[in-house]
Design a protein around this ligand. Structure first.
Ligand SMILES: [Mg+2]
Length: 398
């Protein structure tokens, strides 16, 4: 579908629907246990959690988002949301950023989960997929890179990682990412084992989750360069800007970061200085309104944009809509590939919360961008209820 064809005159929509007002917000906190713990450089976990935001309207249409939502501050700012039209999603996002809104606190998120739910509603009201609302739809399928390969209680860490990597490659994934950040010796050992196991034709990224200082990372990187890595994600703490600058000069490995940043923070610290090769914002922290800003800034500054995506399939759906509208980075016949993170670690409800399945259409293929109105997916209330640990209500949801 061409974006120009997709835009319909407003009068075709029922005026009662287009004029509908937001009546309430429900913020669902979910948690589920894992059958086997897994770890990374910072921690081990035995569970997965999520925050789902549900926005109700007078018309009965409901929007859903998966992302951060500061409950206390949103309750304080409820009058900026309740009684407004969901079509005002961008205005609401901006107003929540102003003094008086959540983002006045240093480092505080606005309400990205709310923003995603409002975009879902906007699409449902206008009977268009979110991708058609965001801009030109460049592609109908998005290529996933596989995220798994965390640390498990394997007797031999390197062998466990190598075997898991082979398993994912055998399922058709051509780009995969593994955890590192355990120690210089362990990192070189496990990354070398994985590269040897999968061969040279598979794109391999590593993620150290802020484990090192620049001096140590440069020493490790010198030994990893021969592995032809897709990128090295968060080798340093996110705010070690001078360290990232030193690494970028010293190594021939593309650097990637940005998964915890807000729009303003990423723009100031990563985009404007051109700190990293690959920017990895997550809709959890920027919302779709912020994603649109980041997309333009990345394109203008020729920085690769490869979203972080560590949530439920609802967030994956939103990320697919976003990535379908990202312009190619260069005019080449084969520009730098548009990828997004596809988490396949164990998760009790990531996929179960949707009636639809979001998966590659074939081995090695892309994932289809949902084509229904809004985010184009259906949240199953019984699954939300099954894993819900708390529910906060703002306004009068109906
Ligand atoms: Mg990461």
């Amino acid at each position: 579908m061409n974006s120009h064809d997709a835009v319909r005159p407003m009068e075709e929509s029922s005026s009662s629907v287009t004029q509908t007002k937001i009546t309430g917000i429900r913020i669902h906190s979910l948690s589920g246990s894992l059958s086997e713990r897994f770890g990374w450089s910072l921690n081990w976990t035995q569970s997965r959690t999520a925050t789902l935001v549900e926005v109700t309207t007078e018309s009965g249409l409901t929007g859903w988002g998966d992302g951060t939502c500061d409950v206390a501050l949103l309750a304080e700012c409820a009058d900026l949301v309740i009684g407004r039209s969901p079509l005002e999603v961008e205005a609401i996002y901006e107003e929540l950023r102003r003094p008086g809104g959540p983002q006045q606190r240093p480092g505080a998120p606005t309400a990205p989960g709310l923003d995603l739910a409002l975009w879902d509603l906007r699409g449902k009201i206008l009977n268009l997929p979110v991708s058609a609302l965001l801009g030109k739809q460049y592609r109908s399928h998005i290529t996933p890179y596989l995220t798994s390969m965390y640390r498990k209680d394997w007797p031999d860490f390197a062998q466990g990682m190598a075997e898991e990597a082979q398993l994912w490659v055998s399922k058709g994934y051509r780009a995969i990412k593994m955890k590192t950040g355990f120690s210089p010796t362990v990192d070189v050992e496990i990354a070398t084992a994985v590269r040897k196991a999968i061969g040279p034709g598979i794109a391999l990224g590593i993620d150290s989750n802020c484990a090192y200082d620049a001096g140590t990372a440069i020493r490790i990187g010198a030994r990893l360069e021969e592995l032809d890595l897709m990128w090295w994600e968060e080798p340093l703490p996110a705010d070690d800007f001078e360290g990232y600058r030193r690494m970028r000069q010293a190594l021939r490995i593309p650097l990637a970061a940005g998964e915890t940043g807000s729009v303003d923070w990423l723009t100031l610290n990563y985009l404007q200085p051109g700190l990293v090769d690959v920017l990895q914002p997550d809709l959890e922290h920027i919302g779709l309104t912020g994603a649109r800003m980041i997309t333009n800034l990345c394109w203008l500054n020729r920085i690769r944009l490869v979203p972080h995506n560590w949530g439920t399939a609802l967030r994956t759906a939103a990320t697919l809509h976003w990535m379908s509208t990202c312009p190619p980075l260069t005019p080449a016949i084969h520009p730098p590939e548009i990828l997004f993170e596809f988490d396949q670690t164990e998760h009790p409800f990531r996929d179960a919360i949707l009636a639809e399945t979001l998966a590659p259409v074939s081995a090695g293929g892309g994932i289809a961008v949902p084509q229904g109105p809004g985010l184009g997916v259906t949240v199953l209330p019984q699954i939300v209820e099954k894993y819900r640990t708390s529910l906060v209500t703002i306004g009068n949801p109906r």
